[in-house]
Design a protein around this ligand. Structure first.
Ligand code: C5P
Length: 204
């Protein structure tokens, strides 16, 4: 069976948690596409050039291997910022397109979460969710998760990243017209997951 669940939304809105829960519930494969950009961003910075060179970042993206998507260094705020910088480069997005498109249409069902899944990677997805939460709720969650920095610095970091993701020319962060909007601000994880499962179940 081919069935794609596309989850998009700003940073720390709950996409990953909901994506993993949906994949486990329906027995689908799950891809956190943010990790692709985080891996390219950290590797493109790691070579010591300091600033990100677009041609080099695209080369890193073309050479990316699935085993590069692991490691705690990819979860840091620094990796998030580097990710959103390389994510604005058309050559980088192009290099990562094919892998994501094939993952979305793999046999057995797939859940992908990111910023452009329902709009660019898989506009034909059978189920689309746009997961949001207030800036304050997202910052509080990410702050608890990171266990580092002040709440204010985490909030500023999220806002900077969202602004860059929404303002870029290629594949900007936005909800697909046919996406189900899920605002998780006042919800517990299990309430948000239950709402997402209900939406997907109606479409299978
Ligand atoms: O989801 P996560 O916070 O890990 O994503 C890190 C960054 O990668 C985002 O801020 C965004 O710039 C970029 N990204 C993207 N498209 C995706 C997934 C992530 O541009 N599908």
């Amino acid at each position: 069976m081919i069935f794609t669940v596309a989850i998009d939304g700003p940073a720390a809105a709950g996409k990953g948690t909901i994506g993993r829960a949906l994949a486990a519930h329906f027995g689908f494969a799950h891809l956190d596409t943010g990790l692709l950009y985080r891996a390219v961003g950290t590797r493109a910075l790691d070579d010591g050039r300091g600033v990100i060179d677009p041609a080099w970042a695209a080369e890193v993206a073309r050479r990316l291997d699935p085993t590069d998507l692991e490691g705690p260094d990819l979860r840091t705020a620094l990796a998030g910022q580097a990710a959103s910088k390389v994510a604005a480069l058309p050559e980088v997005r192009e290099a990562l397109l094919d892998f994501q498109k094939r993952f979305a249409r793999r046999e057995g069902g797939a859940v992908l979460d990111g910023r452009d899944i329902g709009t660019v990677i898989c506009p034909e997805a059978e189920a689309k969710l746009f997961v949001t939460a207030s800036d304050e709720a997202r910052a509080a969650r990410r702050h608890a998760e990171l266990g580092a920095g002040t709440l204010e610095s985490v909030l500023a970091d999220l806002r900077a990243r969202d602004a860059r993701d929404a303002a870029r020319d290629v594949a900007p962060l936005r909800a697909a017209g046919d996406a189900f909007l899920l605002d998780t601000s006042g919800m517990t994880i299990s309430e948000a997951v239950a709402a997402a499962i209900g939406h997907v179940r109606d479409r299978i």
